[in-house]
Ligand binder design. Structure first.
Ligand code: ARG
Length: 588
């Protein structure tokens, strides 16, 4: 559906043209003085030089042509040459009725659906999930949902870190504790046990212990490195342990991500890429893309236009081991072969940017990905504590995701119980739903690339720019609609009429922006634009709510129109929070 601002721009273009000016000057923006007008056009100022006229004269000429506009009202020229615009109430109402009748609420799906892989989450198996992984999961999930809303085909891939040194550490430590296990017996030829030799709880303790020991003890570290080497070269017993680690960890990860409302289509990881490495390296050598530098195999990625040095992408160490970049290139081989993506988006900590510059350039140069496949790095900033330093527990340790969620949910439960609108049994469930909005909105409302401060008090507040405030607004609308229905009335099929009051019209114009906001949020991969929008929309609704008697309105047609506006506002808010990855409870 055409955007409301495009309708207005079209009117202005016609008027510029009719008045003898270039319609290219008819650029319309939202008003930055909402007290004076709703939209504005500053084109007369831009045209003044070209036409050698005072801007106000141009503005007057244009305004004159708009006096009988069907869509615009009160179009005025203001010194030195602004054109102030309000839209007709009938036009706003018509536009919203069209939106309401459209299954997509006015969002035009792409005519050219792309196949997009989103690489996000990226947890490292057997290491605790910490808040750093939270951002990737939250942002990536939202990007996936926004792209789907626009009609693209999206595959979310968790890209597990499951092939590293941590595996060697666990194998080593387990061997010290249970040397009698058959995995360590080089002569063992029977079948290995089906049961894992550890629980998730034990595994979570084994890794940090081993990692601590390796830092202190050189010999221990050597042993772990060697175990990693053996695993990566097909050691039978270690591969069996690796499988146990994967089974136990992935089950736990699935639980954690489910808790977060984050859903991956693909549970692939670094280990899956290994099979593609030998052939890839062979080709890169044969075709002259890779060369040996100081014993290592590298691909040069420096480009002439670079202002700083971009080191080569290293794909094999002198001892034959592959690296992070090798795995990412091999993963691209697999992705291109299996899914033919038009775009691959990586949602990763921005401190890894250089790595991705190297990988992307190497992938393009070596034709691992076709010329027209877009590789995109969406780097995010650090989540800090109130002290401005990376988020820690009260004791100063790394905050585990589960604990962080538990803390927020606890805080939410306190607040919800204070309100006493819900039963104790419902309070826990509601606290979880609202807590999720606090975490996700708190994260997504910041531009992804920026660092932000995770402030439990602020994020869980029911007032201000927060997830709970948005949910509270939705719940308020639901409750009015429920009361209306309890009177035996239907809420669908109603018509929105011309606004009677200012706050009502303001709400209508805010609602009308939905398609523009979503299309922009997708174009810029910017969920924070959706947050900013629903905050404005919720504010507009609440202003309207406080100034209007909705259910006690006596004029039946007006009341129905209010209800229709509420229905639409609710649909928009719910669609937006779904794209952000959370939902609203029935009560709170
Ligand atoms: N596992 C990595 C980490 O924790 C993130 C993986 C990002 N994705 C990728 N394709 N490299 O830092």
């Amino acid at each position: 559906m055409k955007k409301i601002i495009d309708f207005i721009t079209e009117e202005l273009r016609n008027a510029f043209e009719e008045a003898g000016y270039d319609p290219a000057y008819a650029k319309v923006t939202l008003s930055n003085r909402p007290d004076l007008c709703e939209y504005q056009c500053n084109g007369a100022m831009a045209g003044a030089k070209v036409y050698k006229k005072a801007p106000i004269m141009i503005a007057n000429d244009v305004v004159e042509k708009l006096q009988n506009s069907e869509r615009l009202d009160e179009v005025t020229a203001v010194n030195p040459g602004f054109i102030n615009i309000r839209v007709k109430k009938t036009f706003a109402a018509d536009y919203l009725n069209q939106m309401g009748a459209d299954g997509e609420l006015g969002v035009t799906k792409t005519e050219d659906p792309k196949m997009i892989v989103v690489d996000y989450g990226g947890p490292n198996v057997a290491k605790p999930l910490h808040v750093g992984h939270l951002r990737s999961a939250i942002i990536g999930e939202s990007i996936k949902r926004i792209a789907r809303k626009m009609g693209h085909t999206v595959l979310g891939d968790i890209h597990l870190g499951d092939w590293g040194y941590q595996m060697g550490l666990i194998i080593t430590e387990l061997g010290k504790r249970k040397p009698e296990l058959p995995y360590y017996d080089e002569t063992f030829e029977g079948e290995y046990p089906k049961e894992a030799p550890f629980t998730i709880g034990e595994l979570e303790e084994i890794y940090p212990t081993a990692s601590g020991k390796a830092k202190e003890d050189e010999a221990y570290r050597e042993e772990a490195l060697h175990a990693t080497y053996l695993l990566q070269n097909g050691h039978r017993g270690y591969t069996a342990i690796w499988n146990h680690i994967m089974n136990v960890s992935v089950a736990d990860l699935k639980k954690n991500y489910q808790n977060l409302n984050v859903e991956f289509d693909l549970w692939k990881g670094e280990a899956d890429a290994q099979a593609y490495i030998p052939d890839m390296i062979e080709r890169l050598k044969k075709e002259g893309y890779a060369h040996v530098d100081d014993g290592a195999l590298v691909i040069d990625v420096q480009e002439e236009t670079d202002t700083k040095e971009i080191p080569p992408c290293m794909i094999q160490k002198s001892d034959g081991a592959s690296l992070y970049g090798t795995t990412d290139l091999a993963t691209l081989v697999q992705r291109v072969g299996d899914y033919h993506p038009d775009q691959v988006i990586y949602v990763v900590d921005k401190r890894q940017e250089l790595h991705f510059v190297q990988v992307f350039r190497a992938a393009k140069k070596t034709k691992i990905v076709p010329e027209d496949t877009e590789l995109k790095f969406l780097g995010f900033g650090t989540m800090n504590g109130k002290d401005g330093k990376p988020f820690k527990t009260r004791e100063g340790g790394v905050m585990r995701l589960e604990n962080l969620i538990a803390e927020i949910v606890e805080e939410m439960k306190k607040k919800i119980s204070e309100n006493r609108t819900v039963e104790e049994s419902e309070a826990q469930q509601t606290a979880k739903i609202v807590g999720m909005s606090a975490i996700k909105y708190g994260d997504l409302s910041n531009q992804a690339s920026k660092d932000y401060i995770f402030d439990v008090d602020r994020f869980t507040s029911f007032e201000g720019n927060t997830g709970p405030y948005i949910l509270y607004t939705i719940v308020r609308i639901k409750s009015i609609l429920n009361k209306y229905m309890a009177e035996g009335q239907k809420t669908d099929g109603l018509v929105i009429r011309e606004a009677a009051g200012d706050s009502e019209k303001a709400l209508m114009l805010e609602a009308a922006k939905y398609n523009e906001v979503i299309e922009n949020a997708y174009a810029e991969l910017a969920p924070h634009k959706i947050c900013a929008y629903i905050y404005d929309l919720a504010n507009a609704f609440n202003r309207f709510y406080h100034e209007t008697k909705i259910l006690s309105e006596e004029d039946e047609n007006r009341k129905k129109s209010y209800i229709a506006l509420l229905v639409l506002t609710r649909k928009i808010l719910e669609s937006c929070i779904d794209m952000l990855g959370f939902e609203a409870p029935e009560r709170m």
